[in-house]
Ligand binder design. Structure first.
Ligand code: SDX
Length: 443
């Protein structure tokens, strides 16, 4: 295999080394491009640019492959759970029974948030979007863990143990913050975490229990939500993870890096799509649109309408997560004998799109957001919290990438270049000299 490529500019040839990934993917190493050629690369949206090398997740968009540290997502979905996958992503290995027990104990011990943090919720209007609250509260949380790792009364922890405490604090407390924001929006009292419940059941308890009525999640419901969190846990250099890595590269702490990731995930083209899918299906159901009209609108270049939950920057084949979630959704609905007309509409839309030349030519398939909202809706999670669920799921991936940036031998602050297309040099004329003269004039 070639070890470099030749670039020719103005009759001059330049040798650029190739970097080859584990699965044979090739990258042209342009670290010295500007020094050697005076040119920079131009790639808005970074569709053709690797911002880093990473060991965490491998995606092959052409073949619909996704693996966490080499393990196919289908196998993890079948036999693992969110906390084991979180551990795998952050520490690069499946935990032993003892390591798993220790990490679970840390999650239990760190489920509460500081009592003073509760008053922060009062500062938000009841209509505040849960993603705005989540981002703000995660940064506020960092103020209560400025030591970011030491446990009061214990010896100084080594970096590995500090990271474990830090990861457990965030993974556990993000759940509490999300549930408390839901309670605040409904004017209901906060329900505290129950140390006897497992991760997802504890979250649903904090969400749906009331002082006079305990909510106990059915095993099928807890498993379906655990599956959603697991499938969302990482996805290599997506927009929000790249945001976390950018902020981390400046030396920012984990809380502020994750808080920035939450903001990026909120975008409707990214994590906000799961909400947009349900709103689109609801619009069809309420008669505002029909499935065929939806498809036509999505194809119309003059319309800014997009078939939400379809298409992907990397997957030009089925998103494996969408396939798994479609099956999980149908199994859960059968088990619960749950009927949702939106699922029938989603299946009709998928069938129409997958048989339409516009979508076929552009390799647009259902992505992770197309079916996830259906499951969340059947559990009773409000639509405006769907992206919060995505954030809870994606948190272990963000932590893993933050760690990878901070532990990189050659950690460099992210600072892209640009192609400037603005004014050429102009001369400024101070006010006193402007008698009918423009304040700036060409030199
Ligand atoms: C996530 O990156 C990740 O890994 C993200 C994610 C993760 O786990 O982190 O997987 C999660 O964000 C999934 C994507 C959720 N977003 C949506 O479902 C929103 C709808 N999808 C699109 O907006 C779009 O497909 C994107 C944003 C997902 C990808 O956009 P790209 O790669 O920039 O593709 P593009 O906009 O250049 O589209 C290429 C063509 C265009 O048509 P032409 O100009 O060639 O004629 O495909 C069309 C687009 O108009 N197109 C769509 C479409 N998606 C792309 N047309 C109609 N409906 C769509 N959904």
């Amino acid at each position: 295999m070639a070890e470099n490529v030749i670039l020719e500019i103005d009759d001059k040839k330049y040798n650029l080394p190739l970097i080859i990934g584990t699965e044979g993917e090739k990258g042209i190493n342009i670290l010295k491009l500007r020094d050697q050629t005076g040119c920079i690369a131009y790639d808005p949206g970074f569709g053709n640019t690797a911002s880093c090398d990473s060991k965490i997740t491998y995606i092959n968009g052409e073949n619909g492959i996704m693996r966490y540290h080499g393990i196919p997502i289908e196998q993890l979905a079948e036999g693992s759970d969110f906390i084991e996958v979180a551990y795998l992503l952050i520490w690069g290995k499946i935990p032993t029974a003892q390591e798993r027990r220790h990490f679970s104990d840390l999650l239990t011990d760190n489920a509460l948030i500081h009592e003073n943090l509760k008053s922060h919720f009062e500062g938000f209007p009841s209509s505040a979007h849960p993603m705005a609250m989540l981002s703000a509260m995660i940064n506020a949380l960092g103020c209560y863990h400025h030591d970011l790792g030491k446990i009061e009364g214990e010896d100084e922890l080594g970096p590995e143990q500090q990271l474990e405490v830090l990861a457990a604090r965030l993974i556990s407390k993000i759940r509490t913050i999300a549930a408390f924001s839901y309670k605040m929006s409904r004017g209901e009292p906060f329900i505290y975490p129950d140390p006897n419940l497992r991760y997802v059941s504890n979250f649903l308890h904090m969400m749906f229990s009331l002082p006079h009525k305990h909510y106990e999640a059915m095993p099928e419901v807890a498993k379906a939500l655990d599956m959603i969190l697991m499938l969302h846990a990482d996805h290599e250099q997506n927009c929000s993870t790249t945001t976390v890595r950018m902020v981390a590269s400046a030396g920012a702490n984990l809380f502020s890096s994750v808080s920035a990731g939450v903001c990026a995930l909120w975008g409707r083209l990214h994590g906000g799509a799961n909400m947009a899918v349900i709103n689109m299906l609801q619009q069809i159901h309420d008669g505002g649109l029909n499935a065929k009209k939806c498809i036509e609108l999505a194809k119309d270049p003059k319309s800014d309408f997009r078939l939400m939950g379809f298409g992907h920057r990397v997957y030009k084949n089925h998103d494996p997560r969408a396939r798994i979630l479609k099956g999980a959704c149908e199994r859960l609905f059968t088990k619960l004998d749950h009927k949702d007309p939106l699922l029938d509409i989603a299946l009709e839309l998928e069938d129409l799109a997958l048989n339409d030349s516009y979508f076929i030519e552009r390799k647009l398939y259902p992505n992770v957001d197309f079916y996830s909202g259906m499951i969340l809706r059947s559990i009773g999670i409000p639509t405006n919290m769907f992206t919060v669920m995505f954030a809870i799921g994606r948190l272990p991936g963000w932590i893993a990438h933050w760690r990878e940036v901070h532990e990189a031998e050659n950690m460099k602050i992210a600072r892209p270049r640009q192609i400037y297309t603005g004014n050429k040099e102009l001369h400024y004329v101070p006010m006193a000299q402007r008698q009918g003269v423009s304040p700036i004039e060409s030199k």
